[in-house]
Design a binder for this molecule. Structure first.
Ligand code: CP
Length: 335
């Protein structure tokens, strides 16, 4: 699959140079050319990881996760290790001066001295911005409250384009219908994904939000729905999952079970299993961790792209980290 994506994006460009020392905050930071080059670099690494040398030797990642994580923390740390760097990991804010009332700005000032890049997950939406103001090294938003999770969206797009590389080319007239299942005001990954998808409007015929109108409205930023529609992406809101499933090419399902009593409210009507009326060649994506909304009987079916999505995130993050911390042209030369 990464080789098919490489054939679809044949040209190396110099767009990745602009990622050097940049903070990664939101899904709207990446234009189409930059994303394509990032996917190309990730696919090169995934196709032949051994050919890739250790560009981050002697560089230190500060991995600060003040909210639980399996995939994001471990895939960032795996990516950094695979790139030859070292890691300092904080998984509990109460072990730092924050517990004694130290400001995030002061913590960020210390990070400037101790590391070369920060990855931050925090339940508090604004912590990222408080730290950014004091940081001189780049920071990556690994989930800020219910706001955004931009590198998850990049990993999602990477999975979609590996599945169907023809979508990258606007002249192919190939389009997909994407359905989103979940609790709209909790879906930070989808908030970022909508921004990334809007950069490839030629690839998306319709976005279907499986929820009621009032809740679905909470997913969109100001004017975002109108902007997507202006770009040619149709938007449908429906609560009838089983009626729409046979039309969907990509089904993006989010955790419902973890969100208070929402599974009791919505779970039975917003869940997937091998019995669901999926299109025969539809793929399912899920940022994980999953709960009861995604039945394990789908794991051994061709619809299961959620494990591949999580696996590909390592290569996508390797590509992103090298460009942020190392000079991109040097990285591109060696792969
Ligand atoms: N996709 C994702 O954010 O998973 P984790 O919560 O395990 O990091």
């Amino acid at each position: 699959h990464p080789k098919a994506l490489l054939r679809a994006i044949q040209e190396d460009g110099d767009y990745l140079v602009q990622l050097a020392n940049q903070h990664i905050v939101s899904g709207d930071q990446f234009d189409q050319a930059t994303m394509k080059q990032l996917f190309r670099l990730a696919a090169k690494i995934e196709s032949n990881p051994k050919r890739f040398h250790s560009p981050l030797q002697n560089k230190i990642l500060i991995s600060a996760f003040y909210e639980p994580s399996t995939r994001t923390r471990l895939s960032f740390e795996s990516a950094w290790h695979r790139l030859g760097g070292d890691i300092m990991s904080i998984t509990d804010r109460s072990t730092t001066g924050i517990a004694k009332g130290e400001s995030l700005a002061d913590v960020a000032e210390m990070f400037n001295n101790y590391g070369d890049c920060v990855v931050l997950r925090d339940t508090n939406e604004s912590s990222l911005f408080e730290m950014m103001d004091a940081l001189r090294i780049p920071i990556i938003n690994a989930g800020n409250g219910t706001d955004e999770h931009p590198t998850q969206a990049l990993a999602d797009m990477y999975a979609i384009f590996k599945w169907r590389p023809a979508l990258l080319d606007a002249s192919n007239n190939e389009k997909i219908k994407i359905g989103v299942i979940g609790v709209p005001n909790k879906m930070r990954t989808v908030r970022s994904l909508l921004k990334s998808l809007s950069v490839f409007p030629h690839a998306v015929e319709e976005l279907v939000i499986i929820h009621d109108e009032a809740s679905a409205a909470e997913l969109f930023g100001a004017d975002q729905r109108e902007e997507l529609e202006l770009r040619g992406i149709k938007i449908r809101i429906t609560t009838d999952l089983n009626a729409v499933l046979p039309e969907l090419d990509v089904v993006y399902i989010n955790a419902i079970s973890w969100e208070g009593d929402t599974f009791n409210t919505y779970g039975n009507s917003f869940s997937l299993s091998a019995k669901s009326p999926l299109k025969h060649d539809a793929i399912i994506l899920h940022p994980l961790a999953r709960g009861e909304e995604l039945a394990m009987d789908l794991d051994n079916t061709p619809h299961n792209w959620y494990f591949s999505q999580a696996r590909g995130a390592v290569f996508l993050r390797m590509a992103l980290l090298t460009c942020m911390v190392e000079r991109a042209e040097r990285v591109i030369d060696v792969v």
